[in-house]
Design a protein around this ligand. Structure first.
Ligand code: NAD
Ligand code: WQD
Length: 345
């Protein structure tokens, strides 16, 4: 028998699509709402090829209250929500702050407003390690101080977390799990779904794989004079499938009334800090493909080093990151090669 129905906002996006696969594999019914502002319909085919099941799909904007109301009317059995829908480009958010505040805040507000009257038991929210800014110590626990945001994007994540707390403290009849992702990377091992960056990638892995395949001439390593063992920045690169699996556990936890508090917050990372140079070396080792790269100056606003203390998620959710960095790099490369085969990139 099928399990409950889950609404996945932003479900054709990068992390959303991998999560829909894991939800369907776990037996959940899924309805996706996505406005396709940063993804496309073909992702549904990829999900279907992996799982043998095509999720219901509603093309609509979550900031449109009428559209979201209609969706709840059409699917009165939604038991839980996972809210991925958001604009996520840090640089763009500095140029277009209102777009980011409008999209990311109104999406969440609409969902919170509607779910209270519709018997939805809980909402998982995609937050980010960006809330910790440059942490005072590593690894970072969930108790680390929230630092003043350095971009409107980062600020939307902080404000959204506060909106969730305020709403639930006011007596809203549902629970929430806030998941703070570190750096999600890689693709589904089938290479049927993965990250689809728009234009010139700003993030490390898509730029690296596009360089390895020859779309970009060389990867710029932003700075090798940081206070780190090899001078390049350190991050916690978390495999996207591992990340997706945590969402299924979080949904299950709320639907089965296992939450210890009405709002719970978990770091999702590996607990391992890898430098940019180490990551390039891992990619070359895992795939046998060379990545032309050069050291350039620091990128303004970059955090020097940040990696997660994931023990809370490990112990309480029973979740842990399992993929090796080599497996993750191979999956990212297989996805890039698949995009080439399909003539997309
Ligand atoms: P993505 O852009 O691939 O996916 C987001 C999806 O939401 C896209 O398909 C887009 O079309 C859709 N969308 C955006 N605004 C919408 C709206 N108003 N209505 C309907 N659909 C809308 O991004 P992702 O990497 O999968 O990120 C998912 C979530 O995780 C986001 O909230 C993001 O801020 C957060 N997050 C991402 C990272 C990362 O590095 N990828 C890290 C931390 C947190
Ligand atoms: C990683 C490292 C760069 C590109 C961003 C957001 C953050 C979160 C995750 C959503 C850094 C270096 C990169 C390149 C490089 N997203 N780099 N050359 O900056 O850790 O975090 O994504 O919440 O909010 O800010 O990720 O992949 O851009 O960079 O040397 O061409 O790779 O300097 O040290 P970042 P990233």
């Amino acid at each position: 028998m099928k399990k409950e129905r889950i609404l996945v906002t932003g479900g054709t996006g990068y992390i959303g699509s991998h999560t829909v696969v894991e939800l369907q594999n776990a037996g959940y019914q899924v309805v996706i709402i996505d406005n396709l502002s940063n993804s496309n319909r073909d992702v549904l085919n990829g999900i279907e090829r992996i799982t043998g099941c095509r999720p219901d799909f509603v093309e609509a904007d979550c900031t449109d209250m009428n559209a979201v109301t209609a969706l709840f009317d059409n699917y009165p059995d939604i038991a839980g929500i996972i809210n991925f829908a958001a604009s996520k480009a840090v640089g763009e958010s500095i140029e277009k702050p209102l777009l980011y505040y409008r999209n990311n805040l109104n999406t969440l507000i609409n969902l919170l407003e509607l779910m209270g009257n519709r018997g939805v038991k809980g909402i998982v929210f995609s937050s980010s390690c960006t809330v910790y800014g440059e942490p005072d110590t590593n690894p970072v626990t969930e108790a680390a101080p929230i630092k003043t945001a350095t971009s409107p994007y980062g600020n939307t994540k902080q404000i959204c977390e506060e909106i969730i707390h305020d709403t639930i403290n006011s007596g809203a009849p549902f629970k929430s799990i806030i998941l703070r992702y570190f750096n999600p990377v890689g693709a589904h091992p089938s290479a049927e779904i993965g990250e689809l960056p728009n234009g010139v990638p700003q993030n490390l892995i898509p730029y690296l794989t596009q360089t390895a395949i020859g779309i970009r001439k060389e990867l710029s390593v932003f700075g090798d004079d940081y206070d780190t063992p090899d001078g390049s920045c350190i991050r916690d690169f978390i495999n996207v499938v591992d990340l997706a699996k945590a969402h299924v556990i979080a949904i299950e936890r709320m639907l089965q009334n296992q939450s210890e508090a009405a709002v719970e917050t978990f770091n999702l990372g590996t607990g391992i800090g890898l430098s940019v140079k180490e990551l390039i070396a891992a990619f070359e080792r895992a795939t046998g493909v060379k990545v032309p790269h050069k050291i350039v100056g620091r990128r303004p606003g970059d955090i020097e080093k940040v990696w997660a203390e994931p023990s809370y998620a490990n112990n309480v959710l029973g979740w842990r990151a399992e993929a090796t960095i080599d497996d993750t790099m191979r999956s990212a490369w297989a996805w890039q090669c698949r995009l080439r085969e399909r003539g997309i990139m």
